[in-house]
Design a protein around this ligand. Structure first.
Ligand code: T68
Length: 831
């Protein structure tokens, strides 16, 4: 091994010398040491958790070297740094990923084998941090992985929720939520930094005074004070030395404030206040609920943004540069509108606390921020009722008014005779009780606005943000989402990954476009055989998991048809069910029909307050109950609900899929990223022209994608033309039979009332156009079955899908953000 170059004498020696070496023997010794000195156990009396903790600390120790070197390199070189501001992160289990990044999976396996232990059993023990709801939080985690792997200086800022997304249990077919306990056994991956903490004030009132130099000053006489403490988690790049930082804030009581209460003799009151302070980072809000009006949610957003910006200012101060150059040091990305209060908070910090004049501060602010939109759904566009906003953030409201006044003055010059447009553009929605529109604040307060797939970006500019597109067309950009091939291929599907490496070398792991080399093998019978074997192994593994978990017996040879994502009407899990019921009807009427065996799997959580989504889960389980025990089905149709879908479960689901269901109403799914993960694992997609499906289909070729349904423009026209779902129901006998069976209580032990709300909605309004797309969907599913009957054809299509998915790596997405939005370059960390 070549001698390691060291940039400075303060860095601990390289791993080859020390107790943090990477050989199996050193790993084994370190594991035993940690088991003893951290967990206080001998191997003979260690529990699963002891072993998990000991191994995690062993791995963490090895990351610390790189982490410290990375920080030191950044300090020396002072590069422009990406700050990803996100209220959610869904990183998934850390241990396996870190073993992979460090390149010590095999050595660790060997080290443990020597002790009679199984690495996979230990990995399985990890409780993942569920600090997000779904795609948005997972995207943030993929981006952190790619930033580190591309050696980009970056910090991910967010909230250390004590309770993340709820755990889902299924009882009597219904979703039941239980509280997440990810911190119960402690978290070996985080480092608490009591010294990195900031005060966050809220409430009260402002005073405008003239100081001794005759300058107007604003004092914020706050009513309440909290403190945010940093918890740092290392994010290791794959195959590089870079280890970046995920810095999550935990809310605590500000001690000095408690002290005043304490001195008044109110000890219990002081402790109660401490408890109340901690509620800010106590729990993640589930999405899809009406958040507007939820004071705690606004507090969470402001809390993490204020801590993060104060932290950035502290780091900036160490560079010695003048504050007006803040934006030269940091590129801050607003992951949806949740962190958008940052625009007003940075203005407040620069103007009120650091004495910059408004124009200088505004220049720095606008050049710092950029905004990613993740949804067109009107109900998901955040707006805060003005009275609430004024109560929590009185100073910020003044700042928002000032930003808005200057912005609208400009707009009135531009559109002197168009007051309606001015009202539409305004950051304040004047409809009583009046609202602050966060997407408008983000659009005005940053230098770039991006959607997450080409179609989504186009629709953003022609619908919800059209007025902004009219004034600043150049501010709009598309950045199609991507996913990390490390977690979702190398970790999730080691058999396929090995096959790819054997065929192509290992360059694809960091340059996913190299998968294109597979095209030449798509028709090779021997390669196809090995491909099918690799798939079958993952299907058998999932079948075994489901058997052990819920006693479901499914056949790995059947077509695994999977829809796994949050449950939402626009994602149309119930359209999938209408197809299942149609297949059931067909088999009931012709029990000897020659149809290929299919296992239809669903996974996903419904927001606890979203009754229709919960009813869809109940319907899935109700249909499963009837179908799975009907002898007429003769194992040709099975329906399974996979409970508690999370990143860990997802890693066992994507590789096992033959068919990926991406069937949202066109124009509603911003991008989707599950669509990418399935296809990258060799599943074929049945899908609409929605979100990134459009680009996936272009990339893999229309022959290798099962397309059906209305496109986004047709969906709009269908609704505008007075859509009547009932007429479609009357006209299509198969559709009518499926709906009638559900409505009549066939899946509800005869209770015709249970699914009535769902059926009534479909026949009455059908906002998501299920009935309009039903026939096309069912016919397309018949084409899927035909293709499945021909294994050589199916396998060829699957290979071509994987070969052409290279552009959906999050490495490509991040490289585009770096080039077009952030203007940042890699800063290599030497080993
Ligand atoms: C998803 N959004 C999009 N939101 O639905 C999906 N919302 O199309 C896209 O691929 C993905 O973002 C990444 O761009 C979400 O996941 C949320 O989870 C969410 C959370 C809180 C409030 C609102």
């Amino acid at each position: 091994m070549p001698a390691r170059k060291q940039s400075s004498g303060t860095v601990p020696p390289g791993p080859e010398h020390t107790r943090t070496g990477l050989s199996a023997e050193t790993l084994r010794q370190a594991f035993l040491d940690n088991l003893f000195y951290i967990q206080g156990r001998f191997p003979e009396i260690a529990t699963d958790d002891d072993r998990y903790q000991a191994l995690s600390y062993t791995v963490r120790d090895r990351l610390l070297h790189r982490w410290v070197r990375t920080i030191q390199a950044y300090k020396e070189r002072d590069p422009r740094t990406v700050c990803y501001l996100s209220a959610e992160y869904l990183p998934g289990p850390h241990l396996a990923n870190n073993l992979l990044s460090l390149g010590i999976v095999d050595a660790t396996r060997e080290a443990l084998r020597g002790l009679g232990l199984d690495l996979d059993a230990i990995l399985d023990h990890e409780e993942e941090p569920g600090l997000g709801n779904g795609g948005l939080g997972r995207l943030a985690a993929c981006f952190m992985d790619s930033l580190a792997t591309l050696e980009i200086p970056a910090i991910g800022y967010g909230i250390r929720y004590e309770y993340g997304i709820f755990d889902q249990k299924i009882q009597d077919g219904w979703q039941v939520e239980t509280s997440d306990t990810w911190l119960h056994y402690g978290n070996p991956w985080e480092v608490r930094r009591p010294g990195i903490c900031y005060d966050v004030r809220i409430g009260g009132r402002t005073e405008h005074v003239t100081d001794e130099h005759g300058r107007l000053r604003v004092h914020w006489r706050h009513a309440d004070l909290f403190r945010g403490v940093a918890y740092d988690t290392p994010v290791a790049g794959y195959g590089v030395e870079t280890v970046n930082l995920l810095r999550l804030w935990r809310a605590e009581a500000a001690e000095d404030f408690d002290f005043t209460v304490f001195n008044q003799g109110d000890y219990v009151g002081a402790v109660m206040r401490k408890v109340r302070s901690e509620t800010i980072s106590k729990v993640l809000y589930p999405n899809d609920e009406a958040d507007s009006g939820k004071r705690l949610r606004l507090l969470q957003q402001y809390f993490f943004v204020s801590c993060s910006l104060q932290d950035m200012l502290r780091i900036f101060a160490t560079t010695g540069r003048p504050l007006a150059e803040f934006h030269a040091k940091f590129a801050a990305q607003l992951n949806d509108t949740h962190p958008t209060i940052a625009v007003a908070e940075l203005m407040r910090l620069l103007v009120d606390e650091h004495g910059l004049d408004w124009d200088e501060a505004w220049q720095a602010t606008r050049h710092t921020f950029a905004y990613t939109n993740h949804t067109l759904l009107p109900e998901a566009l955040e707006k805060w009722p003005l009275p609430l906003f004024a109560d929590v953030l009185p100073r910020h409201l003044e700042i928002v008014y000032e930003i808005n006044r200057r912005f609208l003055d400009d707009m009135r010059l531009r559109y002197p005779d168009d007051p309606a447009r001015i009202a539409r553009l305004s950051i304040i929605d004047e409809t009583p009780p009046k609202y602050v529109r966060m997407a408008h604040l983000a659009s005005v307060g940053g230098h770039a606005i991006n959607g997450v797939a080409a179609l989504h970006t186009r629709l953003l500019g022609t619908t919800v943000l059209k007025d902004f597109h009219d004034i600043w067309p150049d501010k709009f950009q598309n950045k199609t989402n991507g996913v990390t091939p490390r977690r979702f291929l190398m970790l999730a599907n080691p058999g396929l990954a090995d096959l790819l490496t054997e065929a192509l070398g290992d360059g694809w792991t960091r340059d996913l476009e190299r998968l294109r080399g597979l095209e030449g093998l798509a028709d090779d019978p021997a390669f196809q055989d090995r491909w099918r074997q690799a798939k079958l192994i993952r299907k058998a593994a999932l079948a075994e998991r489901l058997r052990a978990g819920q006693g479901n017996a499914i056949d790995p040879a059947s077509l695994f048809d999977i829809q796994a994502k949050r449950i939402h009407e626009y994602k149309r899990q119930h359209l999938n069910l209408l197809h299942v019921v149609t297949l059931y009807n067909r088999l009931k009427h012709a029990p000897d029909a020659d149809v290929p065996a299919r296992t239809v799997l669903f996974g996903g959580k419904a927001a606890p307050g979203y009754a229709m989504a919960k009813l869809i889960i109940k319907l899935i389980n109700a249909v499963a109950e009837v179908v799975n025990r009907d002898p007429d089905m003769r194992d040709r149709l099975k329906v399974v609900f996979v409970p508690d879908y999370n990143v860990k479960v997802a890693q066992s689901v994507y590789p096992a899929a033959d068919l990926s269901e991406q069937i949202s109403t066109a124009g509603m799914e911003a991008s989707g990223t599950g669509n990418m993960k399935f296809s990258l694992n060799g599943a074929l997609t049945i899908g609409t022209l929605d979100g990134a499906n459009v680009e996936i289909r272009e990339a893999v070729g229309p022959d290798n994608f099962f397309l059906f349904g209305l496109d986004a423009d047709e969906a709009v026209r269908t609704r505008a033309a007075g859509y009547r779902p009932y007429a479609l129901y009357e006209r299509d006998p198969e559709l009518r039979a499926a709906v009638d069976l559900i409505a009549g209580g066939h899946f509800a032990h005869g209770d015709a009332g249970l699914f009535r709300p769902l059926v009534d909605h479909l026949l009455g309004r059908d906002d998501y156009l299920l009935l309009a797309d039903y026939r096309a969907y069912v016919d397309c599913q018949d084409r899927v079955a035909d293709a499945w009957r021909d294994p050589a054809r199916w396998t060829r299509m699957a290979i071509l899908n994987v070969a052409r998915m290279g552009r959906f790596s999050s490495d490509r997405a991040i490289a585009e953000y770096c080039r077009d939005i952030w203007n940042v370059a890699p800063a290599r960390v030497d080993g």
